[in-house]
Design a protein around this ligand. Structure first.
Ligand code: NAP
Length: 502
C-alpha cells in the first residue's frame, strides 16, 4: 500500500494523455492504507472539456468493498466511544485543510467535472469547508430530549451511533455532497465507506489524503472507487453496512431502496428533480430574470435544485422570456479552467448526448428554440469537449417529456399561466417534488403559494440560499428523508429512550 503523496498535479505523471496535467493515480483508502483494486482493474478519469485522460482509479468490486466494510466495522468500537470533542476537532481540522487547499481542490473539481473553476472556488469548495465546520459545531452543541412524567418518572433520550454507513454520491457537486454526508456521519461516531461517482473521483481521493495527513484513526473513513452497479451495489447489499445515505438519480435510488429495505437499513435518498420557477406579474422583473437564469443554468444546469420548468404569468410573459433569452445568450461556454469562464462543459459526452436527445424531442413535439439547442464551436482541444449552449424552449405543452422529465443540463422550458391556481397546478403536476422558487412582491401570495407547492424546499425571491440547519430533501420521486442540521444528526444515529421511575 502506498500513500497518495499530493492532492494536485505533480511533476511526474503516472497516467495521462500528452499535455494533460499530471494527477496521481487514484486509489482506494481501506483501513488506513491506500491501495488498488484487488484484481488491479482500473477505470479512466476523463476531463470532459478536452476529452483527455487525466488519470485512473480502481474499478473496485465486492472483495474491495468487503475489506473496506471490515475495516470500518473494526474501527467502530473505538471511534463510537471517542469523545465528542475529539471528533469535532477532527472535522474542524479537515475544514481548515480544505480551506488551505481551496485553489488546488477547485482546480481538481473543474478538471474532473467540467465546471468553471470560478464556480468551484466560489461554491463547491467553500461549501465543503462550511459542511465540516457546521457539523463540528452541531455535534458539540447538540441537545437531547427530556420528558418528565408529572413526578412519576423521567424519560431522557440518548442518540447513539449506528455503525458502518455507506455514503454514495453523484458527480455534479462531488466534494460538496460527499462532505454533506461524511461530516455528520463521523460527527455522530459512525464509521463510513464512501463511494463517489466514477465520473468525478478526484476530490474524494484528495479528502482521503487530508484525513490521512490529519491522522484520522485507520478505518474510520474508507474510500472505495468504482462503478455504481458493482462497488456501489456491493456497499448497499453488504449486511454489515447498517445505513446508506444515497444521493443520485431516481431510478438508481429505487434500486438502492430495493436492496437495502429487506435488511432494515437506515436509508436516506436524495434523488432527482424537475423544479418549477414561478414568476408572477408583480415580481421585481430584473431580479426574477436573473434569478431564473441562475436557477436554470448554474453548473450548466447540473444541480438537482435547478429550476428547469419556468412558469410565467401571462401579462409579463413576452418581456420576461425575451430578457431570459438575453441572459442565456450571455452565458458563453468556454474553457472551465480559465478563471474568467462562467459556463463550462457538461460532465461527459454521453451526458451531453442525453441532453441533446431531449432537445430533439422538444423539436419533435412543437417546441420553439429561442436560443441554444446545439454544441458550440470552440477552438483547439476544447472542440472535443462536452459543451452545450444554454437553451430556452417555448411553445411546449407543460405535459411534454422535455417539460416534465429531469434533463439535468442547461435546458429550460417556459410556459405561461393565467392565475395562481393554474400556476400551482402546473408546478405540482410532475412526478418530482424537490425544490421550487417563486418570484412575487406580494407577501400574502408568497405564503399562500409556498404552502401549496409539493416541494421539499421553496425559495421566495431567491434561489439556492442555504442555511445548513434547515431540512433538505424532497417528496414524491425526489426522495425519502431529510438531511441538514439536526435532521442529519438524527439520521446518522439511533435514539434510545431511558425511562426512570422516580
Ligand atoms: P446516479 O447515476 O444515480 O449515480 C449516483 C451514485 O450512485 C454514483 O456514485 C453511482 O456510481 C452510484 N450508483 C449507480 N448505480 C448504483 C447501484 N446500483 N447501487 C449503488 N450505487 C449506484 O446519479 P448521477 O448521474 O451521478 O447524478 C445525477 C442525479 O443525482 C440527478 O438525478 C440529480 O437530480 C441527482 N441529485 C440529487 C440531489 C439531491 O440532493 N436530491 C443532489 C445532487 C444530485 P457511478 O457514477 O460510478 O455509476
Amino acid at each position: 500500500m502506498t500513500v497518495v503523496p499530493s492532492l494536485v498535479p505533480s511533476a511526474t505523471p503516472r497516467s495521462k494523455t500528452p499535455g494533460a496535467p499530471a494527477i496521481p493515480r487514484g486509489q482506494n483508502l481501506i483501513g488506513g492504507g491506500f491501495c488498488d483494486a484487488r484484481d488491479g482493474a482500473t477505470l479512466p478519469v476523463i476531463d470532459p472539456a478536452r476529452d483527455r485522460l487525466l488519470t485512473t482509479i480502481p474499478a473496485s468490486g465486492a472483495a474491495d468493498v468487503d475489506a473496506a466494510v471490515a475495516a470500518a466495522r473494526d474501527a467502530f468500537p473505538a471511534w463510537s466511544a471517542s469523545a465528542t470533542a475529539e471528533r469535532a476537532d477532527l472535522l474542524d481540522a479537515v475544514a481548515d485543510a480544505i480551506e488551505r487547499r481551496l485553489g488546488e481542490l477547485a482546480l481538481l473539481e473543474s478538471l474532473d467535472n467540467g465546471k468553471p473553476v470560478s464556480l468551484a472556488r466560489a461554491v463547491d469548495i467553500p461549501r465543503a469547508v462550511a459542511n465540516f465546520r457546521f457539523f463540528a459545531g452541531a455535534v458539540r452543541h447538540q441537545q437531547t430530549a427530556c420528558h418528565p412524567m408529572d413526578g412519576d418518572a423521567l424519560n431522557y433520550t440518548l442518540r447513539r451511533p449506528v455503525g458502518v454507513f455507506g455514503l454514495i454520491t453523484p458527480w455534479n457537486l462531488p466534494l460538496y455532497l460527499l462532505s454533506w454526508k461524511v461530516a455528520p456521519a463521523l460527527a455522530m461516531g459512525n464509521t463510513v465507506v464512501a463511494k463517489p461517482s466514477e465520473l468525478t473521483p478526484l476530490t474524494a481521493t484528495a479528502l482521503a489524503g487530508i484525513l490521512q495527513e490529519l491522522g484520522a484513526p485507520a478505518g474510520v473513513f474508507n474510500l472505495v472507487h468504482g462503478r455504481g452497479h458493482e462497488a456501489g451495489q456491493a456497499i448497499v447489499e453488504h449486511p454489515d453496512v447498517r445505513g446508506v445515505s444515497f444521493t443520485g438519480g431516481t431510478a438508481t435510488g429505487a434500486r438502492v431502496a430495493a436492496a437495502a429495505a429487506p435488511m432494515f437499513k437506515k436509508l436516506s435518498l436524495e434523488l432527482g428533480g424537475k423544479n418549477p420557477t414561478l414568476v408572477f406579474a408583480d415580481c421585481e422583473l430584473d431580479e426574477a430574470v436573473r434569478g431564473a437564469a441562475r436557477a436554470g443554468f448554474a453548473n450548466q444546469g447540473q444541480i438537482c435544485l435547478c429550476g428547469s420548468r419556468i412558469l410565467v404569468e401571462r401579462p409579463i410573459y413576452r418581456r420576461f422570456v425575451d430578457a431570459l433569452v438575453e441572459e442565456a445568450r450571455a452565458r458563453t461556454p468556454g474553457d472551465p479552467q480559465d478563471p474568467a469562464t462562467g459556463f463550462g462543459a457538461l460532465v461527459s459526452a454521453a451526458h451531453r448526448d442525453k441532453v441533446a436527445r431531449y432537445v430533439a424531442l422538444a423539436r419533435r413535439d412543437g417546441g420553439v428554440l429561442l436560443c441554444g439547442g446545439r454544441a458550440p464551436e470552440l477552438p483547439g482541444e476544447l472542440a472535443r469537449g462536452a459543451f452545450y449552449e444554454p437553451t430556452v424552449i417555448d411553445g411546449l405543452s407543460p405535459a411534454s417529456e422535455t417539460a416534465t422529465e429531469e434533463i439535468f443540463g442547461p435546458v429550460v422550458t417556459v410556459h405561461p399561466f393565467d392565475d395562481e391556481r393554474e400556476a400551482v397546478r402546473l408546478a405540482n403536476c410532475v412526478r418530482y417534488g424537490l425544490a421550487a422558487s417563486l418570484w412575487t412582491r406580494d407577501l400574502a401570495r408568497a405564503h399562500r403559494v409556498s404552502a401549496q407547492l409539493a416541494s421539499g424546499m421553496v425559495w421566495v425571491n431567491t434561489w439556492l440560499l442555504r442555511d445548513l440547519r434547515v431540512p433538505f430533501g424532497g417528496m414524491k420521486d425526489s426522495g425519502v428523508g431529510r438531511e441538514g442540521g439536526r435532521f442529519s444528526l438524527e439520521f446518522f444515529s439511533e435514539s434510545r429512550n431511558i425511562c426512570i421511575k422516580l
